[in-house]
Ligand binder design. Structure first.
Ligand code: DGP
Length: 112
């Protein structure tokens, strides 16, 4: 399958990595919406949150154990936001599950 984030996970397309292990990769967003804007992805292809099942519980748990590590590493002491856009109404533009970590400034509370 020709998936942009699968290609980034495979190293075929370069990215600025901030964390990597066997299961997941975190890298800087190419179009940052905040001073710190990182994407966390599973290396295995999952389309979005809409495709998650109990089968993915350990993987999602792992992602959410690593997110605070990344936030600490990035010095986001004032807080941060975790966002996953799911489907067209949410503006998902890359159909591979990803969690945005946004921080480094006071973020707007606007949600829609
Ligand atoms: P979303 O709109 O939630 O699907 O977020 C997709 C994000 O992916 C968007 O913030 C921009 C980012 N992005 C798209 N293409 C690339 C790329 O080639 N490299 C990196 N680092 N980020 C990308």
């Amino acid at each position: 399958m020709d998936c942009l984030f699968c290609r980034i996970a495979a190293g075929d397309i370069p990215s600025t990595k901030v964390y990597e292990d066997d299961a997941i990769l975190a890298f800087r967003d190419i179009n940052p919406q905040a001073p710190t804007h990182i994407l966390v992805i599973p290396k295995a292809h999952i389309g979005s949150v809409a495709e998650l099942t109990e089968e993915h519980a350990a993987l999602v748990g792992h992602i959410f154990a690593v997110i605070p590590q990344i936030a600490r590493q990035e010095g986001l002491t004032g807080g941060f936001r975790v966002v996953s856009n799911c489907g067209p109404d949410a503006g998902q533009s890359v159909p591979h599950l990803h969690f945005h970590i946004l921080g480094g400034k006071e973020l707007s509370l606007e949600m829609a």
